[in-house]
Design a protein around this ligand. Structure first.
Ligand code: TXA
Ligand code: MG
Length: 300
């Protein structure tokens, strides 16, 4: 049985940017503080996600969601009808949105939902933070619907709130409403007949097949070993000399730190008056694979 002191402890962990696995009505989520780049990077690392698929942000109410994303009329209707519940809405980030850019994997939108599960609600209220949470399984594994499944995935490395079996058992429906017409990116238990389903060739793509991502306006040169005149530098380790502006992903070559910094540093260099951006090589291992994947897409 989960007692109040478990919730208090879990909330404390989240505030310290540690991860907590918790039940929702769909599947167990691997939760982290959605305001913190470090916490979100550690979700990707713990899951072993090969790419930065954007994550769903969980909030206790629509009022809370309105702090982070812009609601149009369609979104308001859907929220009124299905929240709290297993429906995720993809909506534009507010200009002043404090959520980690890594949560959106560099997109201008956020996938957000209000879970109905009482434990998820208690946790959200106790910590007072938006919680980013993908399903609590290693990348490529099946989503967990029991606390025991989560333990099989992560052992005792992550605190787990055991709420028994999840009701829904499949992940929430993901609907992009950022353009008013709802487009289903991931089917789930909540469906409406007039929703359009995402298909290849549509401008809005399902994130599983999503190739859209943050790409800088400036030209990005990968695996740089020298600096050309006028270039900005995205460094890793000891910076190359000669760049007009430098952002260092991680001076101590920590891939987790680099992942947490990636999107915001690319943006900063893109906004500089450099002519183009040179990126130093990142090792193709662990989170480095995801970082390189994003850098390659950004350079394409
Ligand atoms: O039921 C669920 O949704 C569970 C529980 C824990 O809430 N969470 C979950 O999260 O399934 P995850 O990360 O496994 O799936 C998130 C889905 C992915 O398909 C992702 O690509 C999509 O939502 N997504 C997230 N942010 C997006 C965005 N900004 N635009 C489009 N799709 C997005
Ligand atoms: Mg998943």
């Amino acid at each position: 049985m989960i007692e109040q002191h478990h919730i208090v402890k879990a909330a404390e962990n989240l505030r310290q940017n540690k991860l907590v696995a918790f039940p929702t009505e769909t599947v167990y989520g691997l939760g982290g503080n959605a305001l913190s780049d470090a916490a979100v990077a550690s979700i990707y690392e713990t899951k072993g996600r090969p790419t930065f698929n954007p994550l769903i942000v969980h909030v206790p109410s629509q009022a809370e969601a309105e702090k982070y994303v812009v609601f149009n009329d369609v979104a308001k209707k859907l929220a009124a009808k299905f929240w709290p519940g297993p429906l995720t809405l993809v909506l534009p980030r507010r200009a002043d949105c404090p959520l980690s850019l890594l949560v959106s994997a560099g997109l201008d939108t956020v996938a957000i939902r209000v879970p109905a599960h009482p434990l998820a609600q208690s946790l959200l209220k106790a910590c007072g933070l938006p919680i980013a949470a993908p399903s609590a399984n290693k990348s490529g594994h099946v989503s967990p619907t029991l606390a025991a499944h989560v333990r099989e995935e992560f052992g005792d490395s992550v605190m787990i709130l055991d709420g028994g079996a999840c009701d829904v058992g499949i992940e929430s429906t993901v609907v992009d409403v950022s353009e008013n017409t709802p487009v289903v990116l991931r089917p789930g238990s909540v469906m409406m007949e007039d929703w359009v389903h995402a298909s290849a060739g549509m401008t809005i793509k399902s994130p599983g097949m999503l190739e859209r991502h943050y790409a800088p306006n400036k030209k990005l040169r990968l695996n740089a070993t020298d600096i050309k005149p006028g270039e900005a530098l995205l460094a890793f380790g000891t910076p190359l000399q000669g760049a007009i502006i430098v952002e260092n992903l991680s001076a101590k070559k920590d891939l987790k730190e680099a992942a947490a910094n990636l999107f915001k540093m690319l943006r900063a260099l893109d906004a500089s008056n450099a002519t183009s951006i040179a990126a130093m090589p990142i090792p193709e291992e662990g989170l480095g694979i995801a970082i390189n994947d994003r850098l390659r897409r950004a350079a394409a």
